[in-house]
Design a protein around this ligand. Structure first.
Ligand code: SF4
Length: 230
């Protein structure tokens, strides 16, 4: 398996009937502001470099963000926050992301989602999370040799990362590390120590309410980038 062959399989996946129906319906109905655009309307593969030092595990694509542009966090408010911060800490070449060929390049970083299709209300079911987990297992194995830090966005990203670590046969600390903003755990892998960092998801629910601020996001991503002490 290679990242390219994995991507080819992911974009064809129809394992979750509810999400297939939703992602395709949204792509036809569209939001008025994007009425002239052709929505992607399919699963979204990982985005970023092939040999990352940092892997960011998000929740799921947004209906009118990734599900529209075909690239994770691209064209939505969460992405505005995430890419601006990645730029500030040196992990992206530009602070904005509007569409799939906007020139954005990540440095040392790859972004994936725990669930690769947009779910209604951004809430995948447990079954849908189970269905999608094998894709992350494969992707993690492919990028593991270069990986030093995994940033998990929200509880769902955190749980998906821990589950993928276990799937790779890596020992996860017991009791299970608890998610929080800035929480960390060290995982021993055949390639050395891997740092898992928790980060509140930059969703509007968190950014509008001030639960997550720009300095808080920069703090975690700066640690992942190695410009702040871990
Ligand atoms: Fe397939 Fe994952 Fe999409 Fe479900 S969420 S259809 S498993 S890609």
């Amino acid at each position: 398996e290679t990242l390219a062959s994995l991507e080819a399989k992911i974009v064809e996946c129809r394992r979750c009937p509810r999400l297939v129906e939703w992602r395709e319906r949204v792509a036809v109905e569209k939001r008025a502001a994007f009425a002239d655009e052709t929505y992607w309307g399919r699963p979204i593969p990982g985005f970023g470099v092939a040999q990352p030092r940092v892997l960011i595990v998000g929740l799921a694509p947004a209906a009118h963000g990734g599900n529209r542009t075909g690239r994770l966090f691209t064209g939505d408010r969460s992405g505005d926050w995430l890419f601006a911060s990645l730029y500030r800490v040196g992990l992206a070449n530009q602070p904005t992301s509007t569409h799939a060929d906007d020139g954005l390049e990540l440095r040392d970083t790859r972004i994936v989602a725990a669930v690769r299709c947009a779910p209604p209300q951004n809430k995948p079911t447990t079954q849908e999370r189970d269905n999608c987990a094998p894709w992350l297992d494969v992707e993690l194995r492919l990028v593991a040799p270069s990986l030093r830090t995994v940033v998990a966005l929200g509880t769902i990203g955190w749980d998906a990362a821990l589950r993928a670590f276990r799937g790779a046969g890596w020992e996860v600390p017991r009791p299970k590390p608890k998610f929080g903003h800035g929480a960390e755990a060290t995982i021993v892998t055949p390639y050395g120590e891997l740092l898992l960092l928790g980060c509140y998801h930059p969703s509007q629910q968190n950014t509008f309410t001030g639960k997550l601020t720009e300095p808080m996001l920069d703090d975690v991503l700066g640690r992942a980038a190695g410009i702040l002490p871990a």
